[in-house]
Design a protein around this ligand. Structure first.
Ligand code: HQG
Length: 308
């Protein structure tokens, strides 16, 4: 098994970077002749391979790095090249966010100049954080960048999806890189979502809530985990006093859309201990009229409909 791994690494070197190492060449689409590859490898020191072993390596590769043509006379790497070949990558619309794992030592330079392909033809992006962490760990202590791929795509940048599921793009300018949080809804921007919270604040004031100034011993922060993303939001929303309780506008980021929620505490002590409890959250895109109803339920002005 160990030998297969070693041979596979050697094949990757040949098909992506250095075919001349065994005296073969790739065509413009990155294909090598299977016969030439096998003969070349067998001439190299310390490697033995037959067609069955090559088939096995391709079939069992953990990242599906290689493909054969239909009659298995040609083979190529699906991505990762440093030599200029056109592997006929499929252009595709990327998900709203992708991830890039790198080593800590590159972080300062990436923040400044964005992601560059370096020795490869493309910047490689992962579809989840776990994969990005593994890729990053190859370069020392890993660091993850969030890539605003949806925004890039809408701004005209091209994305490609390789045969083995790696997202590729030519470069990522620094303004499309995030590190702390990632807003990932297509239907609404963070700014417009905040405007709906402003509307909730207006309703609350109109209903008689009073903004109060309490010195908080903690930083107001919400971290929500959605499908494939995590966002930490530093909220600067005030606390409101209403009847015999305290309320604050917060959020819950459900996978399908963001929700607004009022937090509630009976006493100033619970507020200071950061022990507020959530009322029922409601979606950001309710009509003004329905949103007024939800705020009334949360403040206890009207009972929740299911309580009737
Ligand atoms: C970094 C593996 C400084 C970049 C993986 C990366 C992947 C910058 C390194 C695939 C930079 C290049 C590719 C900038 C980018 N300043 N450093 N402006 N822009 N870099 O190995 O993405 O197992 O060429 O962050 O799984 O690590 O081989 O790219 O750290 O899919 O199939 O420059 O290789 O797949 O390193 O990995 P690499 P990568 P395989």
């Amino acid at each position: 098994m160990k030998d297969l791994k070693k041979t596979s690494v050697f094949i990757s070197l040949i098909l992506r970077h250095k075919p001349e190492a065994i005296g073969i060449s790739l065509d413009e689409h990155g294909w090598a002749s299977v016969e030439e590859l096998i003969a070349g490898i067998n001439k190299a020191e310390g490697y033995r391979i037959d067609p069955e072993t090559l088939e096995e390596i391709v079939r069992t590769d953990n990242k599906q790095r290689y493909s054969f043509n239909d009659d298995h006379t040609l083979i190529r790497a699906n991505q990762g090249h440093s030599i200029n070949v056109d592997v006929e990558l499929k252009e595709a619309e990327p998900p709203e966010q992708l991830f890039h794992g790198t080593g800590e030592k590159f972080v300062a330079s990436i923040r400044k100049e964005g992601l560059k392909p370096k020795s490869r033809l493309y910047v490689h992006l992962s579809k989840d954080k776990e994969t990005a962490e593994k890729v990053g760990a190859r370069h020392g202590k890993p660091h993850i960048f969030f890539v605003h791929s949806g925004k890039m795509f809408r701004a005209g940048y091209k994305f490609y999806l390789s045969e083995n599921g790696v997202w590729l793009t030519k470069s990522v300018p620094p303004e499309f890189l995030g590190e702390r949080w990632m807003w990932s809804y297509k239907a609404v921007s963070r700014e417009d979502f905040e405007k709906r919270k402003d509307f909730v604040a207006k309703i609350m004031l109109e209903l008689g809530c009073e903004a109060v100034n309490i010195e908080l011993p903690y930083e107001q922060k919400t971290t929500t985990y959605g499908v494939g993303f995590e966002e930490t939001w530093f909220s600067r929303r005030p606390l409101y006093k209403f009847r015999n309780g305290f309320y604050r506008i917060d959020e819950v980021l459900f996978p399908e859309k963001p929700f607004i929620v009022l937090e509630f505490a009976e006493t100033e002590d619970s507020v200071k201990m950061n022990a507020m409890e959530d009322c029922d959250p409601f979606p950001y895109d309710l009509s003004d009229e329905d949103m007024i109803k939800e705020v009334k339920y949360s403040l206890g002005i009207e009972p929740y409909p299911q309580d009737d």
